[in-house]
Write a new protein. Sequence first.
Lengths: 159, 257
Amino acid sequence: MSTDLEELYARYGPMVLRRCRSLLRNEERAMEACQDVFVQVVRRRSKLNMDHPGAFLHKIATNVCLNHLRSRRRHPETQDNDLVMRIATAPTTENQALASALLDRLFAREKESTRTIAVLHLVDGMTLEEVADEVGLSVSGVRKRLRTLRAHLRELEGV
Amino acid sequence: MSHVDPTDRTLELYALGELPPDQLTATRRAIEADPDVRARLEALEASNAAILDRYPPDWFARTVRAKADVQTAPNRAPWWVIAPVLAMAATGLWFVPSAPEGTVLPETQDMIREKGDPRVIVYRKGSSDPVRRGDEAQAGDQLQLSVLANGAAWGAVLSLDGRGTVTFHLPERGTAAAQLEAGTVPLPRSYELDDAPDFERFFFVTSDAPFDAAGVASALEALSRSGDPVHGTPALAEGLAVHTVYVEKVGVAKVSP
């Protein structure tokens, strides 16, 4: 896979931007988040997952958008995407790492954050089995992660 | 034969040719069987073309490289110089920031293009994201203010808090408006929020001619006595323009109705 930035963007940029649009519901912020995704790629190109860059960039985009939402907290435009905002700001038992540390985890292929797992299941509509396959956990492991958010997200009742 | 409706993510990876083999068969079946799924796939392809047309690869790559260069420049400039560069690169504005003498700035692009009105940009210490109107803040937060003149020649920065106190941030001394430089310029000193309740609102007042900002302070004091100090417009002298950003104070007892 070419690491030339223009080619990388031409191939994956539209997918990343669509992902950011769906989570942030604002064109300006979605483009800003899309740029941040590729900034991470430029910074960490030696650690980029070359096997399945599409899925990897999709995950990075999710994390970047969740970080953006958390940093913005309440803002009128985000009311339309209340579920994603509630996921982004819901407390978890995980360390409240800074944005760059969370992305470091992705590039180091450590476990997905609980919030990202919640987005995959509740927003993207992936089944627990699909989420488990995607993030490398067992189904029970995914359920366990989601239970930490259950008190704050009624959508997780029954998980 | 029934099929499972593929998620957006699945279709994206299918369109990229990167769908895992175990999902490929089911997705192909859905595409063949369901015209709505085919329409979604066609919409993706149309969207690709539209996005690349609106945000061309050369522009995007240039923007990203500028942001990445700034973020990776080691100890070249304090956070309050880097942060405005990130913000401006993200918005597509390009500039050459000024900095105290001796500060080594990362080599940025030679594309100098400013657009828009004068504006004040507020950063919370430790964050590269500018504060947006209505963001929360609390006593003790350290803020760094920067101004982008966008062609204005003279300017002053004042703030108004929930107690009605007006504070000068620019000029540092006296009330005569400062001569503005091109580009985004951070103010010399950071500002620590006190325990004033409700809000802190920052005003960047600009003009093409010198002016005495004492009149601006009076207008802000009058605004604090009006019904809407957070969203209201101060009554400024003719020829003065204003851009404002405010933070909502949390953790302090509210006193306003």
